[in-house]
Design a protein around this ligand. Structure first.
Ligand code: LLP
Length: 417
């Protein structure tokens, strides 16, 4: 059930009015429901209870400190892809032995920091990365626990920019090279093979691609064990897609049942790295209408949020629902919701039929909790948006609005100026 509901005509996050939050903290404003995060975490935990498992939240979808703290308190782990994410995860109290490290371009410094922290495993994506990791671990007098991220060549049926498990993708080790990779790893003194991993893409709204990829991982575990490898972990990558408009993703329980069926009796610990499904519906971006402008083609609704705050519509043509926070909706018309940035690609919604919006109206861009704030930038020298976490009737500002000093942090004139 959504944590964003209407009471007396006003949109609420849990028991807090979004109109009040906008009044108090200004706009644009990201608002997250703590309950929504916790509920989905519990749903994954419950769905996978048939197997030993770790849920490692893909914090690239939402790395808000307060959100991570709530998840850490539940025992949630993290899927990280940078030293910065390791830093954030550690600061939030996520246990190092619940952290898996994915990504094609880990630097030596990042590897050393992760080894120092004692993470659960590295998901290695190339043979040259493997060699570098072995060197770094050797210098540190330790062993790096690894799985290979396998590219199973499964079509995830999603947007091409976020499909990662097809053979033309930069991710993972091609299926035909996998055994060679493991055998090579076995010869390295500072590498300990512990698992297998794949992530085929994001915003998956069907179960079949997950099942196909998991089946391939299972076959691989069998083959590797026959070869003498002690495989303890199977990491199935990111989680389910969400409903932005008409999508009907399977329930978390169905996903769990499918995976438990595949891996039961295998004596493995399952790792899932859900991101979007935990954070997407847990957040909205509140923005105020500044002006409207009618042309022959449509009405432009110019709001105070822009593509730098929520990049998904511009980048992927993604759909986010629009909700008028309070007030009477007008007549339906064709609109674009656009930001103040000097690019025609700066829109939050395009060619939408929506009741007339007026200057001063407050709207919520829905399902913006995943890949919203984390993908924001300060383009056009726009300071980063403030963030609020809600729990029941409590609300707290958990990221203050960026300032002009933030814009110029670390900058200076050149000595000759
Ligand atoms: N694990 C790995 C290794 C990943 O690369 C990703 C997402 C996930 C887990 C989480 O997948 P999820 O559960 O969220 O589907 N910016 C894009 C999405 C990029 C996804 C990148 N990888 C968007 O806004 O749609």
């Amino acid at each position: 059930m959504s944590c964003f509901t209407r009471k007396d005509g006003t949109l609420y996050c849990e028991d807090v009015s979004l109109a009040d939050l906008a009044q108090q903290y200004g706009t644009p404003l990201y608002v997250y429901s703590e309950t929504a995060f916790v509920d989905v975490y519990r749903a994954y935990d419950d769905a996978l209870k048939g197997l030993p498992h770790h849920i490692c939240f893909a914090m690239k979808s939402n790395s808000c400190h307060a959100v991570l703290k709530s998840l850490a308190a539940l025992g949630c782990g993290a899927d990280i892809v940078s030293g910065g994410e390791l830093f954030r995860a550690t600061k939030a109290g996520i246990r190092a032995d619940r952290i898996v490290y994915s990504g094609v371009g880990k630097t030596e410094k990042e590897m050393a920091e992760a080894l120092q922290a004692g993470i659960l495993m590295f998901n290695v994506e190339s043979f040259s990365e493997l060699a570098t990791l072995n060197d770094v671990a050797k210098r540190m007098g330790t062993k790096a626990k690894i799985s290979f991220r396998i590219n199973p060549n499964v079509d995830p049926k999603t947007h091409p920019y976020i499909a990662t498990g097809l053979k033309n993708s930069k991710f993972g080790i091609p299926w035909d090279h996998v055994m060679e990779g493991y055998r090579r790893a076995a010869t390295m003194a500072h590498i300990e093979v512990v698992g297998v991993d794949c992530h085929i893409g994001s915003q998956l709204t069907q179960l079949a691609p997950f099942v196909e990829a998991a089946g391939k991982l299972k076959d691989l575990v069998v083959a590797l064990r026959a070869d003498g490898f002690q495989i303890r972990y199977v990491d199935v990558g990111g989680g389910l897609g969400i409903t932005y408009s008409v999508e009907k993703p399977p329930a978390v329980a169905e996903y769990g049942t499918a995976l438990c069926d595949i891996f039961s009796g295998m004596d493995v610990t399952l790792i899932a790295e859900p991101g979007r499904s935990m954070s997407g519906s847990a957040g909205v971006l509140l923005t105020q209408v500044l002006y409207t402008k009618k042309t022959d083609a449509k009405r432009f609704v110019i709001v105070d949020a822009a593509m730098n705050d929520l990049a998904r519509p511009s980048l992927y043509g993604s759909f986010h629902g629009i909700e008028l926070v309070s007030g009477e909706p007008g007549e339906d018309e064709l609109i674009d919701v656009v930001g103040p940035i000097c690019e025609s690609g700066d829109f939050l919604a395009k060619d939408r039929v929506y009741p007339r919006l007026r200057a001063g109206d407050l709207i919520a861009m829905m399902s913006a909790g995943a890949y919203g704030s984390t993908m924001s930038s300060m383009y056009n020298s726009r300071p980063l948006v403030a963030e609020v976490l809600v729990s029941g009737d409590r609300a707290a500002l958990v990221r203050s609005r960026g300032t002009c000093d933030d814009l110029m942090r670390g900058e200076s004139a050149a000595p000759w100026q």
